[in-house]
Write a protein of this length. Structure first.
Length: 74
């Protein structure tokens, strides 16, 4: 799973307009972690508990991450 998170983090970082900042890195790693956990079958509630985030936020981040991956494939 760590490899998948790293792979997704690189992908999301490359897609952001402003790269290299702490905010970009944090967003990319958060999206990657959430998406990788979801791909492993974890529920949104469990992911939210693990990351100490609101379930609604986790749900939004999953949607955004999936959309970013879809755009990468186009």
């Amino acid at each position: 799973m760590a490899e998948r998170i790293e792979e997704l983090t690189e992908l999301f970082t490359a897609q952001h307009k402003r790269q290299g900042g702490d905010r970009t890195d944090k967003i990319a790693s958060t999206w990657a972690t959430i998406l990788a956990c979801r791909e492993m079958g974890e529920s949104l509630e469990a992911i939210a508990d693990d990351l100490q985030m609101r379930p609604e936020t986790v749900k939004t981040y999953v949607k955004l991450a999936r959309k970013a991956i879809k755009q990468q494939g186009e």
